[in-house]
Design a protein around this ligand. Structure first.
Ligand code: ATP
Ligand code: MG
Length: 571
């Protein structure tokens, strides 16, 4: 068992499944991950995948991948492909157990007829609005306590079994217009749980389906399709997020009355993370309205977005293991996710030097035309990562921020008269600077180097407090750096003013593009997807937008770990 699976062993789902095995209710464990192919997976789905596959694995069972595809207007093959790719990338294997609810349409239809025959389902002519009205709703009483007055039976509720069977056949064969008839389960219009008030099982919808084409014009509703699909697959434990808890009595009602395999539904808390939204319905809006560049925009909480941003499956697993599986919803600080990727990359990412906002540093006493090679370690956290050569010359780029004409207190970087160490290179003393007379902007900084201080192992006991990074102009590689901020500046983007939308909460500056950055020569041959650390700047991942001569880097995360600080404070 891996460390994460061991952690999982202590949770309540694990206990419930173990009990079912001990009681002989099930002989082996089968779970499923049931995405609807109407969007790309986000990190909330990763949690569900982790639970579904993890529970099966820890009992030596199997987990199916099933597409719950019964909404023809929203589903598409491209989503199926994206979902499969992301589940695989996360490290899970469904082997040959790839299923589609749309393959069960015929069996669902037959079971629906069996309910009609038992007098447990009927064809209703009420329209959607009337059904809603007849069902009733939760209302506050005079003490402001919510209660649910009984609903009203549909006038069509008592049709004969023969008439219902006939109408259902004709619904299927396309005799009736969209929305004019539904098949409803006959349960209880006074049930305290609104879901049990004669839920709709089928609707008429003339919309081609991405797999079944125009073969069907009636489609099963989720609440009927889901338990039956689970039963067909022999799913012993149907694990889902908490919003389905209130649907569980209906799940069980369909299983019992259709007399199918008794799958058991168990709910766990949904993952919510600060500064983002985890719902396909909302994420698709960001994509459709062009608020992001696509599902895989590195700002998106999607698996594809996180991957493009530089996250590894290991970092995501570490995060999922830390948050655990609870029975009540909570909000997880996004800084915990960042902490996990930082820990992962700290060990893995080789280090390089790059300058994002360049300012020229001219070494006036450097021999004209001389270019020198210096040695640099690739990762002090990992000696096996080895070392590399970097070029040094008379003109370098440094960060604009590493020079001040007038230094603020405790500023240990470059300013006239001060000394700094150039990382892996020499100690230099700032001798002056050039200003653009019209704008007042500093155009270049001048310095003198001390040849005795090469590589940092020179015999000097001068107190040089600052070390700055740099890139030699000779051999420098041009870079576009994309820096990201949170999509939403607040913890809970779903809190917005009355009449507003979560879109009103979108940050104006979640992306900053720096076009004139420079990187050291060794970066020239780096592959797409590779993550590196730029010293003092953060972790950066090579974006697929890169082309020969045009390297694009996404900043995965900065170096400063605010989470570690929060933890220390016990917050
Ligand atoms: P969304 O609300 O993002 O559209 P969904 O629940 O409608 O998500 P599905 O494709 O139906 O999307 O989800 C597949 C599975 O993933 C379901 O079992 C669902 O419970 C689970 N899931 C979805 N979002 C989360 C989340 N934030 N945390 C945990 N599990 C989730
Ligand atoms: Mg859903």
């Amino acid at each position: 068992m891996s460390e994460n699976e061991e952690k999982m062993a202590g949770d309540f789902i694990h206990e419930a499944v173990a009990q079912d095995l001990a009681d002989g209710k099930v002989k082996s464990v089968r779970t499923r991950f049931p995405p609807e192919p109407n969007g790309w997976l986000h990190i909330g789905h990763a949690k569900a995948i982790y639970v579904d596959f993890g529970i099966a694995k820890s009992f030596g069972g199997q987990c199916n991948l099933r597409f719950d595809d019964t909404n023809p207007e929203k589903e598409d093959m491209s989503y199926v492909e994206a979902i499969k790719r992301d589940v695989k990338w996360l490290g899970y294997d469904w082997e040959d157990r790839e299923f589609y609810a749309s393959d069960y349409y015929e069996r669902l239809y037959v079971l629906a007829r069996s309910l009609i025959r038992k007098g447990l389902a009927y064809i209703d002519d009420l329209n959607e609005e009337q059904i809603k009205e007849y069902r009733g709703t939760n209302v506050p009483d005079k003490n402001n306590i919510t209660y649910t007055p009984p609903g009203k039976n549909s006038p069509f509720r008592d049709r004969s079994i023969e008439e219902n069977l006939d109408l259902f056949t004709r619904m299927r064969s396309g005799e009736f217009a969209d929305g004019t008839k539904t098949l409803r389960a006959k349960i209880d219009m006074a049930h305290p749980n609104l879901n049990m008030r004669d839920p709709v099982m089928y609707r008429i919808r003339r919309e081609p389906h991405y797999r079944t084409g125009t073969a069907w014009c009636i489609y099963p509703m989720y609440d009927f399709q889901h338990p039956i699909s689970d039963a067909i697959e022999g799913v012993t434990h149907s694990l889902c997020s908490l919003e389905y808890e209130i649907h569980r009595p209906l799940y069980e009602w369909f299983i019992n009355n259709c007399e199918v395999f008794p799958s058991r539904q168990i709910e766990f808390a949904r993952l919510n993370i600060t500064n983002t939204v985890l719902s396909k319905r909302l994420l698709i809006q960001l994509v459709r309205e062009g608020r992001v560049t696509g599902w895989d925009d590195p700002r998106m909480p999607t698996i594809a977005g996180l991957r493009r941003r530089g996250y590894s499956p290991e970092a995501i697993h570490d995060f999922l293991g830390r948050i655990g599986i609870a029975k009540t919803d909570s909000l997880v600080d996004i800084q915990l996710l960042e902490h996990c990727v930082r820990e992962d990359l700290n060990k893995k990412a080789p280090r390089y030097m790059a300058v994002l906002r360049p300012l020229k540093l001219i070494i006036d006493n450097w021999p004209k035309g001389k270019v020198e090679t210096l040695g640099a370690v690739n990762n002090p956290e990992n000696p096996a990562a080895g070392s590399r050569d970097i070029l040094f010359g008379g003109t370098l780029y440094i960060e604009k921020d590493d020079f001040r004409e007038v230094p603020p207190p405790k500023y240990f970087r470059l300013f006239p008269g001060n000394q700094v160490r150039l990382r892996y290179g020499y100690i230099v003393t700032c001798t002056g600077f050039d200003k653009d007379p019209s704008t007042g902007e500093v155009m270049a900084v001048h310095c003198a180097y001390d040849p005795e201080t090469k590589g940092g192992d020179a015999p000097d006991n001068r107190k040089v407090k600052g070390t700055i990074h740099w890139v030699a102009a000779d051999g420098a590689v041009p870079i576009e750096a994309r820096l990201y901020n949170y999509l939403f500046p607040m913890d809970r983007p779903m809190e917005f003013a009355h009449g507003g939308s979560f879109l009103d909460n979108l940050s104006e500056n979640s992306l900053e593009v720096l076009n004139g950055a420079w990187g050291e020569t060794a970066l020239v041959s780096i592959e797409s997807g590779k993550v590196v650390q730029f010293e003092r700047l953060g972790y950066f991942c090579v974006d697929p937008d890169s082309a020969p001569g045009r390297l694009v880097f996404n900043r995965t995360v900065g170096l400063r770990d605010t989470w570690a600080k929060i933890e220390k404070k016990g917050g």
